[in-house]
Design a protein around this ligand. Structure first.
Ligand code: SF4
Length: 338
């Protein structure tokens, strides 16, 4: 299958999504101009930009409300001075991922599953990102190290599922993904391929015909886990491209992060669940934000998270209520908050 799919994909021609990816907004001045904002109201933090640069797609910005500093999409990408606050308990590696990193590019945190940090970059920098301090430099494997990661998977028969993560794994080209998925296809004890990506939301043109073909034709059961936090992120273009995926062949789930003053309200999250379901995407996890240095202003307490879920249960059928979860270092699975 590797050869067939790789040969079907013409890598040399830049795709529309790659052109979009090379034209991101990275200058806060441009962003405030586009949104008709007064920069003196919320000057950006240069220290925050230095640690984790501003990066956002033009289509994500187009979904923001003009002149509104409180816009929930803007709040997710604006490098705020609040990021400079040093708050006890907020650290650079809250999940202690460095301890679950046996081979460069591979994290083995949970039984039966491994995560490959496929590509070290994203189309957007979400300010609350739990990997904003991650050592991508030491986890961008060479070809030799990729082979070591694949050997690690081959040698452990308890591994059934491979999760492509990042960065954003869909920042890899179709040809790179075809090669990797082809190699994974050939490992007999693997059954499932999961891809965690924010690209279908922030750069929907990434859902190319070739990529969808790759997923639908893989021997492995494909699961595409989106990351969408607010219904305002689902533009007509996002809906158009998600409709191209055959939900009978590719299971689509969504995970959101519960973020203060972005989506910490049951009405907003219920609207999101309904909008996702209309696109054949099931709400899956609602994560309490990880306690990452520079992100304390996004924190929501577990008590408030539980209240929001209870309210959602009163508004929605059970299949539209995501599970409230929290990741804790060293635990064999995510902790479900009841
Ligand atoms: S797309 Fe995902 S990995 Fe990339 S910055 Fe956002 S949350 Fe982090």
């Amino acid at each position: 299958m590797t050869q067939n799919i790789v040969s079907l994909i013409d890598s040399d021609q830049p795709k529309k999504w790659q052109e979009i990816l090379s034209d991101l907004i990275t200058d806060p001045k441009e962003l405030v101009q586009l949104l008709q904002l007064d920069p003196s109201n919320q000057p950006p933090s240069l220290a925050a930009i230095d640690q984790f640069p501003l990066k956002v797609t033009r289509s994500f910005v187009a979904a923001m409300e003009l002149g509104n500093w409180q816009d929930p999409l803007l709040r997710q990408v604006w490098p705020s001075k609040l990021e400079e606050a040093e708050i006890s308990g907020f650290v650079s590696d809250p999940l202690m991922e460095a301890e679950a990193n046996p081979v460069p590019g591979l994290l083995h945190k949970y039984h039966g599953r491994v995560l490959l940090t496929t590509v070290p970059h994203c189309a957007i920098h979400c300010r609350y990102c739990f990997r904003r301090h991650f050592n991508y430099g030491g986890n961008t494997p060479s070809r030799l190290q990729w082979n070591q990661a694949l050997d690690y998977i081959r040698s452990d028969q308890s591994i059934e599922e491979v999760i492509l993560s990042g960065g954003d794994p869909l920042a890899a080209s179709d040809r790179q993904l075809a090669r990797l998925i082809g190699q994974l296809d050939e490992i007999p004890h693997l059954t499932t391929l999961r891809i965690h990506s924010r690209m279908p939301i922030v750069l929907p043109e990434r859902l190319t015909v070739e990529l969808i073909y790759l997923l639908e034709k893989s021997r492995l059961k494909p699961i595409l886990v989106l990351h969408c936090n607010h219904a305002q992120e689902i533009s007509p273009s996002v809906a158009h491209y998600l409709h191209k995926i055959d939900a009978n062949r590719v299971k689509m789930l969504n995970q959101s992060v519960l973020l203060a003053e972005v989506n910490d309200n049951s009405t907003i999250l219920s609207k999101l669940s309904r909008a996702l379901f209309a696109l054949n995407v099931l709400p899956y996890y609602l994560h309490l934000p990880d306690r990452v240095a520079g992100t304390a202003h996004f924190a929501v307490t577990p008590i408030k998270g539980r209240e929001i879920i209870q309210e959602m249960e009163n508004q929605l059928p059970g299949y539209l209520v995501p599970q409230l979860v929290q990741e804790e270092p060293g635990k064999p699975a995510k902790s479900r908050m009841r």
